[in-house]
Write a protein that binds this ligand. Sequence first.
Ligand SMILES: [Zn+2]
Length: 140
Amino acid sequence: MLNISGLKEGIVLDHIPAGKSMDIYRYMGLGELDCQVAIIKNARSKKLGRKDIIKIEGGLDVIDLDVIGFIDPDITVNIIKDERIAEKKRLKLPKKLTNVIKCKNPRCITSIEQELPHVFLLSDEKTQTYRCMYCEEKYK
Ligand SMILES: [Zn+2]
């Protein structure tokens, strides 16, 4: 049973593979938000052995499910309302990512035209391969 005590309204990200919570923290820009964020590392899990958990107070409007799905589509997203789990969201690999990852190809138009959004498209679902929309450079 997931412990959500102390959280009235917010989001709990559960079943994060151990060690990946900092990736999520960084990709989602959680450090720039005013809301309370708790990161639990290496929690015991029957399914994964070890897992990370992130609790975000409020933040229902700032969360980008595509970003979490990109990091790991098996992460469970619990929406908390009135101290109870109101909803569990299923994630999938997003088809398109905008301004989440950056193209590193120096000849790509995005490195010349700085104001262009960095857009990546899912090119292979099995291998979770994303390619830049402009130059088709693969994201590693
Ligand atoms: Zn590119």
